[in-house]
Write a protein that binds this ligand. Sequence first.
Ligand code: FES
Length: 86
Amino acid sequence: MPAEKTVIEICLGSSCFSRGNKDIVKIVQDIVAKQNPGVRITLRGTRCTGHCSNGPNIVINGKIIEGVSISDIEEILSRELGIKRI
Ligand code: FES
């Protein structure tokens, strides 16, 4: 049976981007692509979803996670997907 597809979407709307998602993109890319090479994840940017006041926001498998910061993104990825910085 094929593994369930995991999708991480990072809001690149102007509010989320300027409030920290420009740095979150780099961290997520690093943790997912470079440090967990066996994990199959689609990483993509999204446009504003209208939740700007609670941003910066990401979406993992359809679940909106608000108020993401560079200090908690590692914990979020570990909690939601079981992947971590090596
Ligand atoms: S800019 Fe991200 S929700 Fe609006």
